[in-house]
Design a protein around this ligand. Structure first.
Ligand code: UD1
Ligand code: MG
Length: 455
């Protein structure tokens, strides 16, 4: 069976009260439409088409470069049937699966079950039975229990409105029939729209069998119309991700206080304390511990490293057995070898730190190379910027930088160099020697403290 997928995403999303098109609002850092596209891709369709309209430019831009997608413009939102018709030039297989760009969490297995149910040219509807189906289209069945049609809430009689089986909106349709049926749709209904749901009655008339399938969970068919629904689905999605990670062996101290907005790859015996946020691609080795309240974006952390609480790491790598934080910031280009210690209130940017080196307190290390076994004293700053250009600081192996040094780049501290506390190092410090660059201490022998004068 060859499959085409059409995702309807032209709606305005008025109730989001946002200048952003609804389908670009994000769950776990990914646009709603991106979730639907990613799930649809896993069905390996012949063609995947998105019907877009409101905020079209922004939608196209967000997915620029994803060349497997076809785009169909619906300039005016005249209803779901009209939207589907815009995609007709792109559907040529046996079955067309219609999805909504604002229903992000449908399981792949559910869609597969729906497609399996329409094998042989049936029409499939993903329906669900709700305690309160207010607002949704209702599935109307005859005395034998066969589906006859769908009636929209606004067109329903009180008896029809009492039906609890609702239309999720997801349909699997026989492609060969679509063009003819869509041409027959009328908009003489309460909303003055061309309803995709009217395809069901046309199929029944033409003797096409109707199959219905339920999702495993209600949230699979829930859409986003406002910020509250967006937040609700975000929590459900985060819970699902947390459960999957825990089943794969990660220890989350509290699965309701964990946020993953990307991909987390991990080894064994990883533990993550509460309120951490993981973004982009994060890789954690074996025995890695992440303390509470950390944000990690695009980072690699090797085995046995410990990230203490309140750290912010972005585009950085941390070597095996390293200790980071609390309150450390690793900015893009921070590359730490094994056994490195980065302590509190230390910022590292575009700098490599060799194995076993320590920067433990209150420092800024930017545009620098530090060898192995070096110790950078508290309060040390690499002065990398003259207000116009940036320069590098090179620190060798086994260097001891005293507390509160200013290393004025470009500058090199040779292997085994020592610098005195409070030094402003503006020239290279030679290997193996002590360099001190600060005013000499003097004591004035006969100095008297001033005394209060009478007025
Ligand atoms: C639709 C169904 C209803 C179902 C409900 C499930 C119809 C007529 N009704 O109703 O049976 O219970 O979904 O949520 O299909 N869209 C377009 N262009 C349009 C209109 C809509 O692209 O002209 C898109 C929207 O962006 C949205 C989806 O289609 O993603 C559904 O549209 P919406 O207006 O929310 O449909 P409902 O009235 O909720
Ligand atoms: Mg509507």
């Amino acid at each position: 069976m060859s499959l085409d997928v059409v995702i309807l995403a032209a709606g305005r999303g008025t109730r989001m009260y946002s200048s952003l098109p609804k389908v670009l609002h994000r769950i776990a850092g990914k646009p709603l439409l991106g979730h639907v596209i990613d799930t649809a891709r896993q069905l390996a369709p012949r063609q995947l088409t998105v019907v877009y309209g409101f905020g079209g430019e922004a939608v196209l831009q967000e997915f620029a470069g994803q060349n497997d997608l076809a785009w169909a413009l619906q300039a005016e939102q005249l209803g779901t049937g009209h939207a589907l018709a815009q995609a007709l030039p792109h559907v040529q297989g046996d079955t067309t699966l219609m999805l909504y760009g604002d229903v992000p969490l449908t399981r792949l297995t559910t869609l597969k079950a729906l497609l399996a149910a329409v094998d042989g040219g049936k029409l499939g509807i993903l329906t669900d039975v709700l305690d309160d189906a207010t607002g949704y289209g209702r599935i109307v069945r005859n005395a034998e229990g066969r589906v006859t049609h769908i009636v929209e809430q606004k067109d329903a009689t009180p008896e029809e409105a009492a039906i609890r089986e609702m239309n999720t909106g997801i349909l699997a349709l026989p492609t060969a029939k679509l063009a003819g049926w869509l041409a027959e749709l009328k908009n003489d209904n309460a909303q003055g729209e061309y309803y995709a749901t009217d395809l069901i009655a046309l199929a029944v008339r033409d003797g096409i069998e109707i199959a219905t399938v339920h999702p495993q969970d209600h949230w699979e068919a829930e859409g986003v119309n406002n910020k509250l629904q967006l937040a609700t689905l975000e929590r459900i999605h985060q819970h699902n991700q947390a459960v999957a990670l825990m089943k794969a062996g990660i220890t989350l101290r509290d699965l309701s206080r964990f946020d993953l907005r990307g991909i987390l790859t991990h080894g064994m015996d990883v533990s993550i304390d509460v309120n951490c946020v993981f973004e982009g691609e994060v890789t954690l080795g074996n025995n890695v511990q992440i303390g509470a309240n950390c944000v990690l974006k695009n980072v690699m952390i090797a085995d046995n490293a410990i990230i203490h609480p309140f750290c912010h790491l972005e585009d950085a790598s941390v070597g095996a057995g390293s200790l980071i934080g609390p309150y450390a910031r690793l900015r893009p280009g921070a590359e730490l070898a094994d056994g490195v210690h980065i302590g509190n209130f230390v910022e590292v940017k575009k700098a490599s730190v060799g194995s076993g080196s320590k920067v433990n307190h209150l420092s800024y290390i930017g545009d620098a190379t530090i060898g192995s076994g070096s110790n950078i004293g508290a309060g040390t700053i690499t002065c990398n910027y003259d207000g116009v250009n940036k320069f590098r600081t090179v620190i060798g192996n086994d260097v001891f930088v005293g507390s509160n040094n200013c290393l004025v780049a470009p500058v090199t501290l040779g292997d085994g160099a020592t610098t005195g506390a409070g030094s402003v190092i503006s020239k290279d410090a030679p290997a193996g020697q002590l360099t001190v660059a600060r005013a000499k201490q003097v004591t004035l022998a006969n100095w008297q403290r001033p005394v209060k004068q009478d007025k």
